[in-house]
Design a protein around this ligand. Structure first.
Ligand SMILES: Cc1cc2nc3c(=O)[nH]c(=O)nc-3n(C[C@H](O)[C@H](O)[C@H](O)COP(=O)(O)OP(=O)(O)OC[C@H]3O[C@@H](n4cnc5c(N)ncnc54)[C@H](O)[C@@H]3O)c2cc1C
Length: 380
């Protein structure tokens, strides 16, 4: 951890959801002296088997958690990406300079590997974790939150953080002015598998009504994503039928996208998921209950920034708690710093998807993407 001014505004905190944002929040608070406790509804605390793209801003956020070396060692760090037409014709290489001195440019990692690295940090920080448990009730009372849990236990906390993702139970219990994320009309196909022999950097394929990208996630692992207009029946496909449908969508693609299509099989991790997003309306806190991550700023993968935003939100929350005299002031300052930046990511990601669905030219979509990534490289 880089900056660790102590937090005095609160003594303890409950974090609901042990994913990327929840673990980042637990680590950031514990490093500043807060007694953090983490719960996750999944009794096995698993994460699904895809890869994840780690952009420059996401690396910067992980650097603040002291985890960039871990990601470089267990994942892949690259200096930019290669752009192709869908038929395999090379268009250009996009060098992505580091956004801060001493920081790698960009990279990728398998989700289970990242999850495990963060879990190791949680264990090393002696943060207690309870699994297979969620919150039943939350009541703001006398400057704290009384909580009952699904296992029949109860507790009292100075702060409750809802980091329980897009279908957040904390949001449902405490934020009636918010609502469900909204489907965007696109779906994302992903396969995680062995690296094509000639692939070194990330690759993107343009000029087709479907968009494809490959992210290197380790010495010999990649994941490839494909965005298509969503169809309800595809959501129900499994096994060979799922693999066959993804291959059909990739029929026109060549280069390494074609290599992946021809090489992938039902033995690889393959997934289809309709995309949904929502920047939740303010306020993001109620008394001593606050939200972060996909619970409040769920986004689509178009800017590969959801994980980075979740880690940034965790860091900013800890920073503001250390800076402010009271928890209430800190929660207001947190929301003030996070709302616009997260709104930008969510709305721009949705706009890129809409432009793809409308068949807008690749240069236009690339322009929207490039401008957004430039804004995100700014301070958070
Ligand atoms: C198809 C797709 C591809 C993506 N690709 C990228 C990418 O390449 N790069 C990137 O930066 N972002 C990407 N994202 C976004 C990124 O995955 C999310 O923004 C990020 O995981 C959000 O972190 P989180 O902690 O809010 O939620 P999660 O990481 O989902 O963690 C939530 C945790 O809460 C737990 N939980 C859920 N409900 C409860 C409950 N009721 N009680 C207790 N615990 C609960 C879950 O078990 C889970 O452990 C992608 C998203 C999608 C949909």
């Amino acid at each position: 951890m880089t900056e660790t001014a102590p937090i005095t505004a609160i003594g303890n905190a409950l974090i609901v959801g042990g994913g990327i944002g929840g673990m980042a929040a637990a680590l950031a608070l514990a490093a500043r002296g807060v007694t953090a406790e983490l719960i996750d509804i999944d009794p096995d605390w698993r994460v699904y088997g895809a890869g994840i793209t780690i952009t420059g801003p996401t690396l910067r956020a992980y650097q603040r958690l002291g985890m960039v070396e871990d990601i470089a060692r267990e994942g892949a760090i690259v200096s930019g990406s290669r752009m192709f037409l869908f038929n395999g014709m090379h268009m250009r290489d996009l060098d992505e300079p580091p956004i801060e001195e001493g920081l790698p440019a960009t990279g990728g990692i398998m989700r289970p590997v990242l999850h495990h690295l963060m879990q190791q940090r949680i264990e090393a920080a002696s943060i207690p974790v309870r699994l297979g448990v969620t919150v039943e009730t939350l009541a703001n009372r006398d400057g704290g939150v009384d909580v009952t849990f699904s296992d029949g236990t109860a507790g009292r906390y100075d702060l409750v953080i809802g980091a329980d993702s897009v279908r957040s139970r904390v949001r449902e219990l405490a934020f009636p002015h918010m609502g469900d994320a909204v489907r965007t009309g696109q779906g994302c196909w992903r396969v995680a598998m062995a690296k094509p022999p000639s692939l070194e950097r990330g690759e993107m394929f343009f000029g087709h009504r479907y968009m494809v990208g490959i992210t290197r996630c380790g010495v010999d692992r990649i994941y490839m994503w494909l965005l298509t207009p969503h169809e309800d029946r595809e959501e129900r496909l499994e096994g060979e039928a799922l693999v066959d449908q993804m291959k059909t969508h990739l029929a026109d693609f060549a280069g390494n996208a074609g290599w992946v299509r021809d090489t992938m099989s039902a033995q690889d991790w393959v997934n289809y998921r309709p995309l949904e997003a929502k920047i939740q309306p303010r306020p993001w806190s109620d008394g001593r209950i606050v939200l972060l991550g996909d619970a409040v700023h769920a986004t689509t993968p178009h800017l590969a920034s959801g994980a980075g935003m979740a880690v940034e939100s965790a860091l900013v929350l800890a920073e503001e708690l250390a800076r402010a005299g009271t928890a209430e002031d800190a929660l207001m300052a947190y929301e003030e710093r996070r709302y616009e930046r997260c709104r930008d990511v969510v709305e721009t990601s949705v706009a890129i998807g809409a432009a793809q669905l409308a068949g807008r030219p690749g240069e236009e979509i690339g322009g929207i993407m490039g401008a957004a990534l430039h804004r995100l490289a700014g301070p958070f």
